[in-house]
Design a binder for this molecule. Sequence first.
Ligand SMILES: CCCCCC/C=C/C(=O)SCCNC(=O)CCNC(=O)[C@H](O)C(C)(C)COP(=O)(O)OP(=O)(O)OC[C@H]1O[C@@H](n2cnc3c(N)ncnc32)[C@H](O)[C@@H]1OP(=O)(O)O
Length: 390
Amino acid sequence: MSLVYDSLARWSVAWSPLQVPALGLHVRGPAMLASQKDFNNAVSQVKLLKEDPGNEVKLKLYALYKQATEGPCNVPKPGMLDFINKTKWDAWNALGSLSKEAARQNYVDLVSRLSASSESPSPEAPAADRKQPESDSLVVTSEDGITTIRLNRPAKKNALTTQMYHDIIAALQAASKDESAITVLTGSGDYYCSGNDLTNFTHLPAGGLEEMARSAAALLRDFVNCFIDFPKPLVAVVNGPAVGISVTILGLFDVVYATDRASFHTPFSHLGQSPEGCSSYTFPKIMGSSKAAEMLLFGKKLTAQEACAQGLVTEVFPDGTFQKEVWARLKAYSKLPPNAMRISKQIIRNREKEKLHAVNAEESSVLRERWQSDECMNAIASFLSRKAKL
Ligand SMILES: CCCCCC/C=C/C(=O)SCCNC(=O)CCNC(=O)[C@H](O)C(C)(C)COP(=O)(O)OP(=O)(O)OC[C@H]1O[C@@H](n2cnc3c(N)ncnc32)[C@H](O)[C@@H]1OP(=O)(O)O
């Protein structure tokens, strides 16, 4: 094994970035695929990376570059002892029949994530230095080794405004670097979260509906990416009913504790919309395809006990003792060695990450189209004119 690593290290020196670029990526909608120009820019950007991304990532870059430029692996497998070329060949071959266009997009995505992480400040951000959210609708605190991100719009059932998506992204980025061991998302009041604030769709920018859909899809994608990439144990403390995107992203949490008053509802078809938060992938994996279809296609609302039986929720607590029991448990967990927890999370989650990024991109792209449909516009208009509730 060390021989292979040594060889890879030398390789990375010998490789020009032009030769270098997530394995197993097979899904992506046509609307958001990168152009040749985006791809060429990404190839140039690789040269400017400030930090060496490591051999594993270089292998991914290499494989995606080959797939994007030459298509599926079409050269004979190198001999057993030709470690370097065999490892490169394996990485390229693992991409199977991924299309050139999807490989190009995945290459662009990977480079953009690498560029963003090499630009972000690396020093640990202690809780006291944390930039506070722009609005009071999100409250972020750090105590006893736990950073808590609290949705704080109880009068609107914690519906997520555009500003809140931005603030949650910033809070997760800060939490990933602070001194806490565990990060928690929870809600204030009787609801956990009623999902996307439907009035987000009423603020039409100068570019009209099309521009609104484009920017919402980009924000959705960034938002979900933060959950996919979050490096520490991430726990949802579901203090009441959960709707829409607050349910779908639960598949990206490590542990989900729920009060017995919680319910889990994804009424996407009722809203003329389609699943997000990687739920089109995580839900069938967690609960099987037919239970996932009942939720995601027909909007079946699950009780907390049902969600627990189906694996979406880790444990259900009686509402009367929910807060006390859950926080006592989390405080105990937060004393565990933080690095061990991070590394264990990495092992559990890393092999799925590229797939999840590809699913997120496709779901966002499909929603971009859905948001411009009559079905969706009519459903939102109906809610806003108070004719419809879930
Ligand atoms: C960057 C964009 C990314 C988008 C990602 C895609 C996300 C998709 C989703 O999340 S889809 C799910 C969207 N959510 C809903 O459709 C829920 C709509 N709300 C309801 O059906 C009901 O409000 C309820 C069942 C959640 C609660 O009903 P009830 O207990 O009777 O309370 P009220 O209806 O009186 O609600 C109180 C107050 O809150 C306002 N409100 C609640 N939810 C939302 C919401 N999602 N968006 C906007 N406003 C909401 C509701 O209008 C009331 O306001 P008012 O007091 O009348 O001013």
